[in-house]
Design a protein around this ligand. Structure first.
Ligand code: IPM
Ligand code: MG
Length: 353
């Protein structure tokens, strides 16, 4: 298993270090794991002038999977658009054709009070958001800012073709088959043609999955329903921009964006695995960041890219034990639990592994 490790910026290096410790334990126990690190995001801009340098591109293409910390920081806000750290992230998604983004939102029973919603609304929550990641208004052309009739005018293009929609629909239906067999597709077909096609193609694809019950929802309603009654959802599938927004919303149902992992996969399940949260520059270097989302991302990597279900479950149950032993980083702390730092949280996971 050749894994490229891109720690990135802010708290990235601290949380990735804990994920690497977990991989070291698995290697000691017999998995053949090789790690090689590279630069992505702001740290790559500092070192090379580019957020996604060619050497990093080669490194991730040669690897079987990529572990990513987080990218970005206020010191890069003044850079031109092409040089922003976020461009590195978009570049790597496109370069590796990582079109399928899986973002689970799970509420661990121990953390039921961490949510801003009433515990009875969110207790037992387990949603999987499947977000298309390489198309839509994020990448559509034309795009830009130009003078039109002497007015500065900004424009982007929302575009999907049927192949792009069909392949993400298949991923979502198959995810639903492994869960509660309910899929909700989210669009804005009452206004946007692009998403009318989305709805048509998802509906056609449903014929291959008679065991999954498919529903459709407009994105504004979906945003509302996620707060009103989130447990009505099992798997949700949607395009890049709606998925960006809804997945942040869903993560907050669990009260702790610091707990949630993600996987971005290509057609062969090669993937990039990263916590959903960002680089949190305000707490970087202070040993307070929660490493559990990164550690759970290692579990997703073992499950989806390497088919090592047993190792994935071993990591997930270690995390669960740490929570039931009441270890908490600041983001999930409540009175009566034990406040620990990033490294100490890593120690606790290792002990339970
Ligand atoms: C995400 C992030 C990225 C996105 C940014 C950092 C480019 O918000 O992974 O959700 O918009 O996709
Ligand atoms: Mg986002």
């Amino acid at each position: 298993m050749k894994i490229a490790v891109l720690a990135g910026d802010g708290i990235g290096p601290e949380i990735i270090a804990q994920g690497v410790r977990v991989l070291d334990v698995l290697r000691r126990d017999g998995l053949k794991i090789e790690l090689e690190s590279g630069l992505l995001g702001g740290c790559a801009v500092d070192a090379t002038g580019e957020p996604f340098p060619d050497v990093t591109c080669q490194l991730v293409k040669d690897a079987d999977a990529v572990m990513l910390g987080a990218v970005g920081g206020p010191q890069y806000d003044a850079l031109s658009r092409e040089n922003r750290p976020e461009r590195g992230l978009l570049g790597i998604r496109k370069a590796l054709n990582l079109f399928a983004n899986l973002r689970p939102a799970i509420l661990y029973p121990e953390l039921a009070n961490a949510s801003t919603l009433k515990p009875e609304v969110v207790a037992g929550l387990d949603i999987m958001i499947v977000r298309e990641l390489t198309g839509d208004i994020y990448f559509g052309e034309p795009r830009g800012i130009e003078l039109r009739d002497n007015l500065r005018t900004g424009f982007n293009t929302m575009v999907y073709n049927e192949v792009e929609i069909r392949r993400i629909a298949h991923v979502a239906f198959q995810a639903a088959q492994k869960r509660d067999r309910k899929l909700c597709s989210v669009d804005k077909m009452n206004v946007l043609e692009c998403t009318q096609l989305w709805r048509d193609v998802v509906t056609e694809t449903a014929k291959d999955y008679p065991d999954v019950s498919l529903s459709h929802m407009l994105v504004d309603n979906a945003a509302m329903q996620l707060i009103r009654d989130p447990k009505q959802f099992d798997v949700m599938v949607t395009g890049n921009i709606f998925g960006d927004i809804l997945s942040d919303e869903a993560s907050m149902l669990t009260g702790s964006i610091g707990m949630l992992p993600s996987a971005s996969l290509d057609e062969n399940n090669k993937g990039l695995f990263e916590p959903i949260h960002g680089s949190a520059p305000d707490i970087a270097g202070k040993n307070v960041a929660n490493p559990l989302a990164t550690i759970l991302s290692v579990a997703m990597m073992l499950r989806y890219t390497f088919n090592q279900e047993e190792a994935a479950l071993r990591i997930e149950s270690a995390v669960q034990k740490v929570l039931s032993q009441k270890y908490r980083t600041g983001d999930i702390f409540e009175p009566g639990t034990i406040l620990v730092g990033t490294v100490e949280m890593g120690d606790a996971v290792l002990k339970n592994l």
